[in-house]
Design a protein around this ligand. Structure first.
Ligand code: AP5
Length: 601
């Protein structure tokens, strides 16, 4: 099947964009775009203040971090290890952290420990935090995030590496770290069944002198002396433990996308030494692969590489994933793009932008390519909707219904069956669908008062039928609430005779243009041979457009490096110039076929 995907062709030394057939799949994988949502997990936090309390468990903890006992893994000339450990309440994070610190000498930062220290000191922070902790709720971000960030910036942490326990605990906390470019080398999630967790909470006892964690039956204290001084945490009652578990479950999945490429799930329902053995072997691998400088390529996960660009303006962005020629895309690659879209969209919504457009043209999401997969589009929509729902918003996911009349009635081929697919998809185990997420069509009557945000799946005109009137009526009814169009195709098309369109052509075009891009991505290909990929054009709100060049490396790998940035979408000529290392006079217009192509771009 031919494709209208803009690709670049070499013309002499010059590279031009051109319409070429789509690249055929090179490798296939059996990953299904309908795979169920990610396993439940989530990160825990770590924390600390910049000040150093002298006489409570926080102090003990710090001391332990600085004086590792037993064998210690040295990572000479390498970046210090950065580890995040997460898991439900009583999954064994604290227990494992103690063992990790002893072997690896990392600085353990536990938000729970720090907060408890604040509470026992009776500080202002402690007074504010206590109420939340006692109710099994998260302490507000502004308190916790500050503590963590301050602690992470201290010299011992920078030199010795860190072990973050209990932070981030929500999507917004994870995003705070991402914005500051703070990422771990590995993200470990301890997985333990619910009933075991409650028993572990209720039976837990702490030694205020050594900071050691005991359990009445699993790890009873070694002596009567110790036994008499043990204390019970105020949030370790059965009711509070259940409520903490609920809070954990509500937030766990929202954090996952941020650390998906670093995720390692460990079965925590084994003796603590067995659990540690698995963690230890993961950490050994990570320390062996630890880069010696910040800008070296970093291997994340098994299948692809993220290349940090030299450009610090890219903040926490992980770079373009490689092996994009492999189709179907691996689950990791798909997830990478879902996360990328999600971040940009959330940033735009947070900035109160309310008419948004996502244009993502990886091969699997381009309906004009023969490798197009409706499942990938649905999965992207599900991830977006679930993530907004996790933030407590009511999301309406809308797919246009049948258009036209009589023999002319129908829906665009690409969308056929998609409403049914959405209805039958796995929307997670917390009953989000039907409460926080509802599925509807496009039109004014679909707008309900309780809807907070609207995601419209590939709204498009078909020959003879125009979606824009319905879309306009819907957005009028929506008012200032955000509407996000995913891969819209609103180019004007002629109406079929006898079917009246209420808006004139100019008005329709103007209306279609009123949605601003919050995310855009497309690959640029060389002409003549479809491979290799020449580069990519990416835009992610609030940044402008970036052009990346794909570079082959001698070891058979590849990387993407940024070669130009534009505040507005670049023209075809500007892209060509960027690849040739030239700057262009903005006034100079494109002409002929290239001006036609820039309309498509
Ligand atoms: P926090 O202290 O972090 O509590 P938590 O996440 O609920 O985790 P726990 O400390 O209860 O358990 P753990 O996984 O460390 O298990 P442990 O090793 O002790 O946070 C407390 C509160 O602070 C939160 O509820 C929140 O209010 C607030 N907070 C913290 N961070 C925050 C943030 N980022 N944002 C907002 N608020 C925040 O083990 C538990 C028991 O099991 C022990 O008795 C142990 O002996 C036993 N055990 C451990 N491993 C095993 C094993 N393998 N087999 C059998 N028993 C085991």
């Amino acid at each position: 099947m031919a494709t209208a995907n803009p690709t670049a062709i070499a013309c002499g030394n010059r590279i031009h964009l051109s319409l070429l057939p789509s690249p055929p799949p090179r490798h296939s994988s059996s990953t299904s775009p309908f795979s169920s949502p990610l396993p439940l997990s989530r990160s825990s936090a770590l924390s600390l203040n910049s000040r150093s309390p002298k006489d409570h468990s926080f102090t003990n903890f710090e001391k332990r971090s600085r004086k590792p006992k037993g064998m210690r893994v040295e990572c000479a000339a390498k970046e210090p290890l950065k580890v995040m450990i997460s898991g439900a309440p009583a999954s064994g994070k604290g227990t494992q952290c103690k063992m990790i610190v002893e072997k690896y000498g990392l600085v353990h930062i536990s938000t729970g420990d720090i907060l408890r220290a604040e509470v026992s000191l009776g500080t202002e922070i402690g007074k504010k935090a206590k109420e939340f902790m006692d109710n099994g709720m998260l302490v507000p971000d502004e308190i916790v995030t500050d503590m963590v960030v301050q602690r992470l910036s201290q010299q011992d942490v920078r030199e010795g590496g860190w072990l973050l326990d209990g932070y981030p605990r929500s999507s917004s906390q994870a995003q705070s770290l991402e914005r500051m470019n703070i990422r771990p080398d590995i993200y470990i999630v301890l997985d333990v069944p619910d009933d075991i967790l409650i028993d572990r909470c209720v039976g837990r006892r702490l030694d205020p002198v050594t900071g050691k964690i005991y359990h009445l039956t699993n790890f009873p204290p070694e002596s009567e002396d110790i036994s008499t001084r043990l204390i019970t945490r105020s949030d370790d009652t059965p009711d509070k433990a259940k409520s903490r578990l609920e809070t954990y479950k509500k937030n766990a999945e929202a954090i996952l996308p941020t650390y998906l490429d670093l995720l390692n799930k460990v079965d925590g329902n084994h003796p603590r030494e067995v659990v540690f053995k698995e963690i230890d072997s993961l950490l050994q691998k990570v320390s062996e692969n630890a880069p010696s400088t910040e800008n070296l390529p970093t291997i994340k996960g098994n299948s692809y590489i993220y290349m940090k660009t030299a450009d610090s303006k890219n903040d926490s962005w992980r770079g373009i994933p490689t092996r994009l020629n492999n189709i179907p895309h691996s689950r990791e690659i798909r997830k990478y793009f879902y996360d990328d879209v999600l971040l940009a969209t959330k940033n735009a919504v947070a900035d109160k932008r309310n008419r948004l457009k996502v244009e993502i043209n990886i091969p699997e999401l381009n309906p004009e390519m023969d490798v197009y997969r409706i499942g990938t589009l649905m999965e992207l929509v599900r991830d977006l909707a679930l993530s907004f729902a996790d933030d407590g918003r009511r999301v309406k996911v809308c797919v246009q219904g049948s258009m036209g009349e009589g023999a002319l009635a129908g829906i665009p081929l690409q969308l056929a069956g998609s409403r049914k697919i959405l209805e039958f998809m796995d929307w997670g185990e917390y009953g989000a669908k039907g409460t926080f997420i509802n599925i509807g069509a496009i039109g004014a009557k679909e707008v309900d008062e309780q809807d907070d945000i609207f995601i419209l799946v590939a709204p498009q005109n078909a020959v003879g039928n125009c979606i824009i009137d319905d879309l306009k009526a819907m957005t009028d009814a929506v008012g200032s609430r955000p509407v996000i169009l995913i891969n819209p195709r609103l180019k004007d098309m002629p109406a079929s005779s006898g079917i009246m369109q209420t808006m004139g052509r100019d008005k329709r075009l103007e209306y279609a243009a009123s949605f601003e891009n919050c995310y855009s991505f497309r690959l640029l290909y060389y002409a003549g041979s479809f491979y290799p990929i020449m580069g990519a054009l990416r835009m992610s709100y609030p940044k402008g457009y970036e052009i990346y060049k794909r570079i082959d490396e001698p070891n058979g790998k590849e990387k993407y490096v940024i070669i130009a940035e534009f505040p507005e979408k670049p023209t075809v000529d500007e892209i060509n110039d960027a690849f040739e290392g030239r700057t262009r006079n903005k006034e100079k217009a494109t002409s002929g076929i290239w001006s036609f192509l820039s309309g498509i771009l």
